[in-house]
Design a protein around this ligand. Structure first.
Ligand code: ARG
Length: 462
């Protein structure tokens, strides 16, 4: 492509070192689409004849078939996806292929292809996030009546409906959905760079708007050619969205790993998402969740890699930028896979809730979650909350020292701790009663949880 200026060939080692075709061939569809939009403009301004444009279109049709059927021969000596495709086009149609690059540079070409690919990827990610949210809404609907401990500091804190926790996951993931959705519009993230050429703009009177129109994922076109060829904010934003989504998934994974231990036993994860041990026949390991948790570090790492790549880069395009792709490819591949696997984990077959076991755990009285009932009840009797807190604290100490549960307390026990603890309190002590007191919006009372799930289902229908 640049043999004119050079008398020697690149060293074999250098060729291997600098090639990107082994990974950027993933951009072939976007590359052809951008080239078709570019060729149409070249024809409009008279650089290409109608016949040449028709030949280019035919050539790209054949290349598309060749790539789709796996027959296309990708050559390392042609460095990247752009040169591989252009060279094959010229092989197929001759001079018209050689005219295609008039006024264009690989700098605006790669920025366009990669940006377009990223926009499409964010749509795939949104679809996967939505499917997972759907699974969570289904499971939540089935487990509204299951009360579990909610933890703070990983100590039993308050009883909640399991549906409430599943809805919390759905809500976290819906932020990821909105975040990915916003990538398309926000922060001038939808400007098509094509036409910017190497860095200073096109020497030929092409219309930048025509390129953006030909690739409707772009909302508009770039307004500064120097920025356009070196901007990778869309990649940062996409990988940030992935890193955040993975962080959410890893937290969910961690809860499920805990919930499926013998100590908790709240859920049993199905065969399809767990594995056995090669030595311990009794084992059922939550590998799907562990891998999701593990891959999170890798995706967050890609975000750091991208920031570090872009930091201090002088204007405008620098070859460093070739290193942007693998980070984005892998970050999005992993996130997509994790969203899909997590949806599998939350399928009806794989997410099995052990209601009896949960009930046993609650009946053990460990953690004294009923205490909050007492403090609340005292407030309603006119006792200032801080005093109520103190009385309740003494009651917890009493229960602990006596080695009994809240459920075992008698009217005499209450009186022994404090005269203000009347016998009527006894019937207020259930965890269910505590759950039902959380009637405020966003609370875990049944009516509120059902309301939330209805809202969620409505959103999923939109
Ligand atoms: N493979 C290159 C990349 O991914 C394409 C752009 C090359 N531009 C250049 N001036 N060498 O960045």
């Amino acid at each position: 492509m640049w043999a004119g200026r050079f008398s020697g060939k690149p060293d074999k080692l250098m060729q291997e070192f600098s090639q990107s075709v082994s990974f950027d061939q993933r951009l072939w569809r976007e590359d052809i689409q951008g080239s078709l939009a570019y060729a149409a403009e070249l024809q409009r301004i008279g650089i290409l004849s109608e016949q040449e444009l028709a030949d280019i279109r035919k050539g790209f049709e054949q290349i598309t078939q060749e790539i789709e059927s796996g027959k296309f021969e990708w050559k390392v000596e042609l460095e990247d996806v752009h040169m591989n495709i252009e060279s094959r086009l010229t092989e197929l149609i001759g001079d018209a292929g050689k005219k295609l690059h008039t006024g264009r540079s690989r700098n605006d070409q790669v920025a366009t292809d990669f940006h377009l690919w990223s926009l499409r990827r964010s749509t795939e990610l949104r679809t996967a996030a939505r499917s997972l949210i759907e699974r969570l809404a289904e499971r939540a609907g089935e487990h509204v009546d299951v009360v579990i401990p909610a933890y703070t500091h990983l100590q039993r804190a308050m009883p909640v409906r399991m549906a409430h926790q599943l809805d919390a996951y759905a809500h976290m993931l819906s932020r990821d959905w909105f975040h990915l959705d916003h990538l398309r519009y926000a922060w001038h993230n939808d400007e098509c760079p094509l036409g910017s050429s190497a860095c200073s703009g096109n020497s030929f009177p092409v219309e930048m708007a025509a390129f953006a129109e030909a690739m409707p994922e772009f909302g508009t076109f770039a307004c500064n050619s120097m920025d356009a060829v070196s901007n990778r904010d869309f990649a940062l934003d996409l990988v940030f969205a992935c890193a955040k989504c993975m962080t959410h998934l890893s937290r969910i994974a961690e809860d499920l790993i805990l919930w499926s231990t013998a100590e908790f036993g709240f859920v049993t994860l199905g065969d399809a998402v767990t594995t056995g041990s090669s030595i311990m026949p009794q084992k059922r390991n939550p590998d799907a969740c562990e891998l999701i948790r593990g891959k999170t570090g890798r995706v967050v790492g890609h975000l750091m890699a991208l920031f570090t790549l872009l930091k201090g880069l002088p204007m405008t395009y620098n070859r460093d930028l070739q290193e942007d792709k693998e980070a984005v490819f892998d970050a999005t591949d992993q996130t997509l896979a994790c969203l899909r696997v997590m949806a599998l984990v939350f399928s009806k077959e794989n997410f099995k809730v052990n209601r009896e076991r949960i009930q046993q755990q609650l009946d053990s009285g460990a953690g004294y979650m009923e205490a909050m009932n007492v403090a609340d009840w005292l407030v309603l009797q006119g006792v200032p909350f801080r005093d109520g807190h103190d009385i309740t604290g003494r009651l917890v100490k009493y229960v602990e020292q006596k080695g009994i549960r809240f459920a075992d307390l008698t009217a005499e026990d209450l009186q022994a701790v404090d005269k203000r603890l009347k016998p009527e309190l006894l019937k207020e002590l259930s965890l269910e009663a505590l759950v039902e007191r959380k009637q405020v919006y966003a609370g875990t009372a049944k009516a509120r949880v059902l309301e939330r799930l209805a809202e969620l289902k409505q959103w999923l229908k939109e």
